[in-house]
Design a protein around this ligand. Sequence first.
Ligand code: MRU
Length: 349
Amino acid sequence: MDARGVETLRFTDGVLELVDQRLLPQTLRYVACRSAGEVAAAIRDMVVRGAPAIGCAAAFGVAVDALRLANEDATSFAAKLETAFAALHASRPTAVNLFWALDRMRAVWHEAPADDPRETARRLAAEADRVFREDLEVNRAIGRNGEALIADGARVMTHCNAGALATAGHGTALGVVRSARDAGKRLSVIANETRPYLQGARLTAWEMVQEAIPVTLITDNMAGHMMRTGRVDVVIVGADRIAANGDTANKIGTYALAVLAARHGLPFYVAAPLSTIDRAIADGSGIPIEERDPSEVTGFRDLRWAPEGVAVANPAFDVTPAELVTAIITEKGVARPPLGDAISRLFGA
Ligand code: MRU
C-alpha cells in the first residue's frame, strides 16, 4: 500500500494476489496464485520483486499450499509442504528476505502438532500474515529513522525500486522519502532508470507520479553528470542482502553510484530492514549474485536491439563495500561506521 492505495500483495481465502509488476506502469493487473508453485514462478518471473516483497510472497506461498493441502493425511501434507518450501527456496538467490521468511515459516511448522494439518495450516497462514504486517510497520519505522537525515528541499537520487511495490507497503528508500514528505519537507527525487529491467523508470517513477512527489527520471549513465553539476544532495537505495560487515548487495549499478557519491562528497544511505542483514555471511564476497536471462539485455519485451550471437552478461546485483556506505537506516536505528560493530549492536550482540 501507499502508491495511492495499491496493494502489492493481498491474501484472501487462501489465494495470493500480486500486482503484476512486469506490466506497470501501462497496466495495473493482479495475478492470482493458488499454489506455492505458482508463487515461486511469480517470484522467478518478476511478477513480484524487491527483497521484502519477495519475503512476504514466499511466506504467503507456504500458507497457500498449507491451506490447500490441509485435508490430506499428515504424511502426504508434510511431503507436499516440503516440496513447496523447495520450490520457493529455489525461486531467486540474492534477496535474503526470501530465506529469512521461509525460515520463520519452517519454525512455525515444526512447532505445530505433526498430526494435525489443519491446525498447522491455520498457524502458517497466521504467521504469513504477521510477516506481511510486520514489514509494513518496519518500513514506517525505517521511514521515521531516515527522514531525520533528510534536509528540507533535498534532491534525493535513488536506484531501482525500493518503494511500496518492493515491500508490504511504504517502502524502504522511498519510505524515507514518503516519511520526509509527511513530515512537511519539500523534496524531490531523481529516479535512475535502472537498466536492464527498468524498475526505476517503470516503478519508482510511477509510485512518485501517483503521489505527486516531484520526480525526475534519468538514464543510469547520467548519474555522474547530475552529481558533478550539483543536482544531487543525497543518495538513498535499498538492499537485497547486507553482509555482517555492512557490504551491501543491491540492484546492479548501485556500486557505481556509491563510488560517484564518494567522489562528490555526497551521503550514500542504504535503507533496509534487519531481515535483509545476513549475519551468517562475513562480507560481500559471500553473497550469491543472480545472473539473469540474456534477453533482458539484448532487448525489452518484444523489441530486440542487439545482434543475434552476441555474448551477454546480466548480473542482477552488485556489492557496494561497506566503506562507501555512509549509514544503514533500519527500523531499529541508524547504523554508522564501523558498520560491522553497529550491525552487531542492532541485533543486541
Ligand atoms: O531484481 P529486483 O527488482 O527484485 O531488485 C530489487 C532491488 O534491488 C531493491 O533495491 C531491493 O530489493 C530493495 S527493495 C526494498
